[in-house]
Ligand binder design. Structure first.
Ligand SMILES: [Fe+2]
Ligand SMILES: [Fe+2]
Length: 300
C-alpha cells in the first residue's frame, strides 16, 4: 500500500471509531417538548442580532424588539431549510459514489456512516422548523431543478468543494452560538449536536478533496474548480430566502436588496466562509476564473 492509501484508510478508521463513540440521536437527545415562548416573550434570540441580515440598516432600526427576534427565528429557519436540502443532496451523492466502491473499504464505510448522520440531521432540522412554527424555506424552483442535474453528475472535487462550503459556513455560525446563553436552548442543542458530527464530515471531505485534486489533469482541474465555485456560490446565495422578511411585515424584494447591500451582512458571510475559503485557496481552487464567483456572493 502506498503512504497515501494507508493515510486515507487510517483517517477513515479513526472517523468510524469516533462516530461509534460520539454520535447523537436527536429524536431522543433533544427535549422537543420544552416550552417555547410565543412572540419572543422570553427575550431569547435564535441568531445573535449582529448576524441577522438587516442588522445595522434603517430597516432594522424600525423593527420592534419582538420583530427582531421573529426575524432572527425566520433567518435561522431559512438556513436550516437550505442546510437540510443540501444534506439530502449530499446523501444522494455519497450513496451514488458508494455504489461503485468496495464496501469493505473503511472509506466506503465512513461515507455510509456519514449518510446515517445526515439522515438524522435532516430530521432534526425539520423538527426544529416545525417546533419554531416556521415554514420550510426551500430554495427557488430554478435552483431546485439545477441541483438535480448537479447531484446526478458531480463527483470528486466538484462535489466536495460546495459540500465543504455549506458545511463549514453553517458550522462557523453554529460553533459561535452553541454556548451563547442569549440563544434559545433548543437551537443551542441542535447546534451542539451538529457541530460534533460535522467536524468528522469536514475532516473526511477535506481529506478526499486534497487527495483527489493532484490526480487531475489541468483541464479537468479547471472544470472542477469552476463547477465547484458555481455550486458553492449558488448555495450561499439562497441561504436567506427573501420570504423571511415577510414574517415581520417587510417587502421581501426590497428587504433583500437592503440586506445584500448591507456591509454588516457581507462581513457576516465573509466571516462564515473564512476558514473554508482559506482551505480552498490553499488547494488551488481559488483561481483567476473562480475568485470573482466567490467574490460575487461575498465569500471573499
Ligand atoms: Fe449535517
Ligand atoms: Fe455533514
Amino acid at each position: 500500500m502506498t503512504a497515501q492509501v494507508t493515510d486515507r484508510v487510517k483517517t477513515a478508521q479513526r472517523l468510524l471509531a469516533s462516530s461509534a463513540k460520539n454520535s447523537y440521536d436527536p429524536l431522543l437527545d433533544i427535549d422537543w417538548d420544552a416550552p417555547l415562548a410565543p412572540d419572543g416573550a422570553d427575550g431569547l434570540v435564535y441568531l445573535p442580532p449582529e448576524r441577522v441580515s438587516l442588522y445595522g440598516t434603517p430597516l432594522w432600526d424600525e423593527l420592534t424588539p419582538e420583530q427582531r427576534i421573529e426575524l432572527s427565528k425566520n433567518e435561522l429557519a431559512s438556513i436550516a431549510s437550505t442546510g437540510l436540502w443540501t444534506e439530502i443532496i449530499l446523501m444522494q451523492m455519497l450513496v451514488r459514489d458508494a455504489y461503485h466502491r468496495d464496501p469493505r473499504d473503511p472509506g466506503t464505510q465512513y461515507a455510509l456512516t456519514e449518510v446515517g448522520d445526515e439522515t438524522r440531521h435532516v430530521i432534526m432540522f425539520a423538527k426544529a422548523l416545525e417546533r419554531m412554527g416556521c415554514p420550510d424555506y426551500h430554495p427557488p424552483r430554478f435552483i431546485h431543478h439545477l441541483a438535480r442535474l448537479y447531484k446526478a453528475t458531480a463527483r470528486g472535487p466538484a462535489m466536495y468543494a460546495p459540500v465543504l462550503v455549506t458545511e463549514e459556513v453553517t458550522d462557523r455560525l453554529q460553533r459561535a452560538t452553541m454556548n451563547d446563553e442569549t440563544i434559545h436552548p433548543l437551537i443551542r442543542m441542535v447546534n451542539r449536536i451538529h457541530v460534533v458530527e460535522e467536524a468528522r464530515h469536514v475532516r473526511y471531505a477535506r481529506g478526499e478533496l486534497s487527495r483527489m485534486l493532484p490526480q487531475l489533469s489541468r483541464p479537468r482541474r479547471a472544470w472542477h474548480n469552476l463547477v465547484g465555485a458555481i455550486a458553492a456560490a449558488s448555495l450561499v446565495r439562497v441561504l436567506i430566502d427573501p420570504k423571511v422578511y415577510a414574517s415581520v411585515g417587510l417587502d421581501p424584494k426590497q428587504a433583500q436588496r437592503v440586506a445584500r447591500a448591507n456591509p454588516h451582512h457581507r462581513e457576516t458571510v465573509r466571516w462564515m466562509g473564512e476558514k473554508i475559503m482559506a482551505f480552498l485557496d490553499e488547494q488551488g481552487m481559488v483561481t483567476r476564473t473562480t475568485r470573482p464567483i466567490y467574490r460575487a456572493v461575498h465569500l471573499l
